[in-house]
Write a protein that binds this ligand. Structure first.
Ligand SMILES: Cc1cc2nc3c(=O)[nH]c(=O)nc-3n(C[C@H](O)[C@H](O)[C@H](O)COP(=O)(O)O)c2cc1C
Length: 342
């Protein structure tokens, strides 16, 4: 797998050095600061903030500050969504004021509440408007600007190569392509070969994304797309170490910090839980943490009893949740299931 070793090498994104080519995808409601810090500590080459609505950011609305704040990682990359050039430019200025090293523009989100406002992947239906946003952001900040897109709106409009080429001409430093159309949402299989048409259209780095979760899949998406790097999203559910472990396997070294023993897994899950409570406060934090706890259970303690699962996922008492997590993960999880997940 010659492609796999490529993933261990650094990548230059508009002058910002990225340590390897296996990235954590931005996922709203998931890749918050505690999650990104873990992915980075495990060795992910690059992590990206959840998307931030530029209109909300420009108006100073509550909640945006947590999404854009600098978490102390070497490369701080903030993703903006929106449809108003002035808001996108102002959002980019605010994010760089908070220390962003790279600004990413979301042109891939398929959610109706985003595309209904003509943002996210809806921008792929009007490339002139998409370009006006790109130009506004590139003109507003001196850090590199990148764009994340899909293959197009639907099968009849696969215009990602055109958008990528125009974005490059406007000064964009890297594009990421999810190998699905907007109308596919998350259905079917990502088309890795279709990403090759974007790679052929530009000379800036292209990142391939969609349905990757193993070193073999990472090597195959690179081989089929000819892309320069890979971005991984949902495979991280219950396993924030996936990008880092693939980068480490590519480099022939062992990944830092993967919890291989039950007690280590228990400590890991509890510390993730506690970090979320301290970031969001107890009331909001314990609700937001539940999806992560559910994924940890699904992935590493599939035989947990229904009562224990319910207690963990519905309790409003953090002390009870922590005690139950320790019981389930320290006593019930199997190191074998951990190894296969790594
Ligand atoms: C819950 C969820 C939230 C997402 N949020 C964002 C986002 O904020 N910005 C973005 O560009 N993409 C977002 N995505 C898309 C992912 O970044 C990625 O492109 C997609 O999940 C395909 O990659 P995967 O198959 O590795 O998961 C999200 C995906 C999911 C499942």
């Amino acid at each position: 797998m010659a492609e796999l070793t490529t993933l261990a090498s650094p990548l230059d994104v508009g002058g910002v050095k990225i340590r390897n080519r296996v990235f954590l995808a931005p996922m709203s409601g998931i890749t918050d600061e505690p999650f990104r810090q873990r992915a980075h500590a495990h060795g992910a080459g690059l992590v990206v903030s959840e998307m931030v609505a530029s209109g909300e950011l420009a108006k100073g609305r509550a909640g945006c500050d947590l999404r854009i704040r600098h978490s102390g990682l070497p490369v701080h990359m903030v993703q903006l969504a929106g449809r108003e050039a002035a808001h996108m430019a102002e959002g980019a200025r605010i994010a760089t004021g908070e220390g962003a090293d790279i600004i990413d523009i979301n042109m891939g989100c398929p959610a109706k509440k985003v595309t209904g406002g003509y943002a996210g992947s809806a921008l792929m239906r009007d490339l002139d408007h998409a370009l006006s946003l790109i130009e506004a952001v590139v003109g507003a900040v001196s850090v590199p600007v990148t764009v994340k897109m899909r293959l197009g709106w639907d099968e009849s409009a696969l215009n990602a190569p055109m958008l990528a080429r125009r974005a490059e001409q406007a000064g964009v430093s890297m594009v990421t392509v999810h190998g699905r159309t907007r109308c596919q949402f998350y259905q079917g299989k990502a088309d890795w070969r279709a990403i090759a048409r974007v790679k052929q259209a530009v000379s800036i780095p292209v990142v391939a994304n969609g349905d990757v979760g193993s070193p073999e899949e990472a090597a195959t998406i690179l081989e089929r797309s000819g892309a320069d790097a890979v971005m991984i999203g949902r495979a991280h559910y219950g396993a924030p170490w996936i990008a880092g472990s693939i980068a480490s396997i590519a480099g022939g070294v062992s990944a830092p910090g993967i919890p291989h023993m039950p007690q280590a897994l228990a400590d890991y899950v509890v510390s993730h839980y506690e970090d979320m409570l301290s970031l969001y406060g107890i009331e909001s934090g314990l609700r937001q943490a539940r999806k992560h706890l559910g994924w940890y259970l699904d992935r590493h303690a599939a035989d947990v009893s229904a009562e224990q699962r319910k207690a963990i996922l519905t309790s409003f008492k953090p002390g009870e949740v922590v005690a139950e997590l320790c019981r389930v993960f320290a006593d019930g999880a199997h190191p074998d299931s951990l190894r296969s997940a790594a």
